[in-house]
Design a protein around this ligand. Structure first.
Ligand SMILES: [Zn+2]
Ligand SMILES: [Zn+2]
Length: 216
């Protein structure tokens, strides 16, 4: 983490966390889940003095991808997405409309993410874990004692498992997997405050196994 900087940018009507991860040593930055307010996100990138090099998506619910079109229109950077979420991705605008939210459909993703992929930001490497359940192509980005958990794990709670394409049993397995991370791992979720694996193992009934995802 020593050379990385991290900024939480909570955007849109669903208060989604976009994470701006920058590496001043290499001058590179990535946006994780630019869900809305593209202009504000780009201004935050510029304020780091770094150049945006990629968009990493944990999953393709509209609140996480609604800002992709605006960001890519201004900075044509590659978009990384697990292909199992392509259906959600291509229907983001229609899904948002059902919530009364207007977003632009994102351009096609450029790179398919898969379990075990290693993503590079300057000299830092982040491992891709495929964690289906909340969404079929949900992933987490893990490295340097950081975990970007999207809508799988929140502080004190977990993501919904009652939406179309959810799989409660897969969610249970994904949570069990996250529970194996070192307790000092800092967790940066798609909504709400950041936390640690150690804190969630004591405070979150879903992570310590005392409660199960709805439907599991
Ligand atoms: Zn979601
Ligand atoms: Zn979300």
């Amino acid at each position: 983490m020593s050379t990385l900087t991290l900024q939480q940018l909570t955007v849109g009507p669903l208060q989604e966390n976009c994470w701006l991860l920058a590496d001043p040593a290499s001058g590179q930055a990535v946006l994780i889940d630019p869900g809305d307010e593209a202009e504000r996100l780009l201004a935050a990138v510029d304020a780091t003095g770094c150049t945006l090099t990629a968009i990493w998506l944990t999953h393709a619910h509209f609140d996480h991808v609604g800002g992709v079109a605006g960001v890519v229109a201004a900075r044509p950077v590659p978009v990384w997405l697990h292909p199992a979420d392509t259906v959600l991705y291509e229907n983001a605008a229609a899904s948002a409309a059902r919530w009364g939210v207007v977003v632009e459909n994102p351009p096609p993703a450029d790179h398919p993410l898969a379990e075990g992929d290693r993503l590079q930001l300057g000299a830092s490497t982040f491992l891709v874990w495929h964690l289906p359940g909340h969404a079929p192509g949900h992933v987490a980005f893990i490295g340097h004692e950081l975990c970007f958990s999207g809508d799988v794990l929140f502080a004190g709670s977990i993501g919904r498992t009652d939406l179309p394409l959810c799989d409660p049993t897969a969610m249970l397995q994904s949570l069990q997997r996250l529970a194996t991370l070192p307790t000092g791992t800092r967790v940066f979720p798609g909504h709400g405050a950041s936390t640690t694996i150690g804190h969630e193992l004591t405070a979150n009934p879903f992570l310590r196994g005392a409660a199960r995802p709805l439907g599991a």
